[in-house]
Design a protein around this ligand. Structure first.
Ligand SMILES: Cc1ncc(COP(=O)(O)O)c(C=O)c1O
Length: 452
């Protein structure tokens, strides 16, 4: 069976979802942790002076982060320069990029495009989102997740998130489904796979389309299945900060025969390059070009090395900081693969005598690349949503009575709490186990110093 048409595999017997959630909620809610078994206790015999207070730094040496491109990219660009066209259609670089992409994300239909935002807009247009249709998604994401929804005159509905995964909470999504709901956009934040089994089951039950926003999830796997092969659409970004890049770029893919054939048209001004003819659909120009495809094709060859390393060191960090006082590690299901676009852990409210700013300051003094939070507020708390001011200060969908959405009344309390208590750590494939161990040691030092 083709992966896209198969239902996501149920959690295997190693650990059930119920056990996983029960264990993780217990860990999140616990007010005290068994001192005998915790990593904290094992290494808390002596608490060295914080670097912030004049002590030695826990991180002695920062890793050297090499350039993320070189010979393979140069070779592809050189090959491209001997071509007489740099246009995407039937372009050798675009063809190669598409072939390599299919190995990473097995897909029948693939449209390389200019950004992750473009990929998501193409998906929403191909999904047939109509004016006033509701699309449920995460409030902690890049605004590119919902730009296409707004442009298609759809209505983003923000659901709340899992306290430790930072991904859509299927129970909260279920409560926000109305007769107007048409799709769910599941954002795999930081490359951590969403609970796709629950979301796909919900989508199928209500006849909704599932779009996977895998912009941050290159190389991730859900219960062993490549990310992007469970929803009807997969959308990736190749923007500069992503695990692989061509500066700016994206790709949208599908295995669904209803939607897949539309991807090319919706990324190419509505023009059908296979059949030609008159315009039957309306779209903008989101085409990728050969220079982008050349670099992206070379980058895809590096992907497995990059993601296997990131996954290993991210998991190592979790192992090392689990049980530290006041620290809630990034929660990834043991059977999933997360490419850790970055590592995000939370401070447990009330467990420490310092605030987050002080904790981050202390970590930075220890030599850790850390910063507070991610986006400043959940998306719908930005002025453009609060004022419903998407089109020259206006929102036709509301003015026409197609929605009563009022973002000033929209609430996602866990998302707010995540952004207020989260600390972001840089992860890079060039980091060694020794370096990650020293980062964990810095977190241990700081959490022990401030334990309430
Ligand atoms: C989750 C998510 N969705 C969508 C996008 C949009 O991608 P791009 O910046 O390539 O338009 C991004 C980019 O940061 C992202 O992180």
């Amino acid at each position: 069976m083709h992966p896209k048409h198969s239902s996501p595999s149920a959690p295997s017997s190693c650990i059930t979802r119920r056990e996983f959630l029960a264990a993780s909620s217990a860990a999140l809610l616990a007010t005290s942790i068994d001192p005998a078994s915790s990593a904290a206790a094992q290494s808390s015999a002596s608490s060295p002076t914080l670097a912030l207070k004049g002590g030695d730094k826990a991180v002695k040496q920062s890793p050297k982060l090499p350039l993320r491109w070189g010979e393979p990219e140069r070779d592809r660009l050189n090959a491209m320069l001997s071509q007489d066209s740099l246009f995407y259609w039937k372009g050798p670089q675009t063809t190669l990029f598409t072939e390599r992409f299919k190995r990473v994300c097995p897909s029948k239909y693939v449209m390389p495009c200019s950004s992750g935002t473009a990929a998501l807009h193409i998906a929403v247009a191909a999904a047939g989102i109509e004016p006033g249709d509701e699309v449920i998604t995460s409030p902690i994401t890049d605004i590119g997740t919902i730009i296409g929804v707004i442009y298609q005159l759809g209505v983003p509905v923000f659901a709340d998130l899992g306290a430790g995964t930072y991904n859509l909470d299927p129970a909260d999504v279920a409560q926000r489904i109305t007769p107007k709901t048409k799709a769910i956009i599941a954002v795999h934040l930081c490359g951590n796979p969403c609970d796709l089994h629950a979301l796909k089951t919900l989508a199928d039950k209500h006849g909704l389309i599932l779009i996977e926003d895998a912009a941050q999830a290159w190389g991730s796997r859900y219960r062993g299945q490549p990310i992007g092969t469970i929803g009807q659409f997969a959308c990736f970004s190749l923007q500069n900060s992503k695990q692989i890049t061509c500066g700016d770029g994206g790709v949208v893919a599908s295995n669904d025969d209803r939607f897949g054939p539309l991807l090319q048209k919706f990324g190419d001004k509505g023009f059908d390059r296979l059949k030609g003819g008159l315009f039957e659909s309306f779209a903008t120009n989101y085409r990728m070009s050969e220079p982008q495809a050349a670099v992206a094709a070379a980058q895809l060859d590096r992907l497995e090395m990059i993601i296997s390393k990131r996954s290993q060191i991210g998991n190592l960090l979790t192992e090392k900081i689990t049980g530290l006082p006041g620290v809630l590690p990034h929660q990834v299901h043991p059977e999933d693969r997360c490419g850790y676009w970055f590592y995000f852990f939370r401070l447990k409210p009330g467990a420490l005598s310092c605030d987050r700013a002080e904790f981050v300051k202390a970590l930075v003094a220890e030599g850790v690349e850390a910063s507070a939070g991610y986006i400043p507020v959940p998306l719908h708390r930005n002025p453009v949503f609060q004022k419903h001011a998407f089109f020259a200060g206006r929102w036709p969908v509301r003015e026409l009575g197609l929605t009563k959405m009022d973002y000033t009344a929209h609430k996602t309390p866990e998302a707010e709490a995540i952004l207020q208590s989260g600390i972001r750590l840089t992860i890079h494939e060039a980091m060694t186990d020794e370096y990650i161990t020293s980062v964990a040691e810095a977190i241990r030092k700081v959490s022990h110093h401030y334990v309430a």
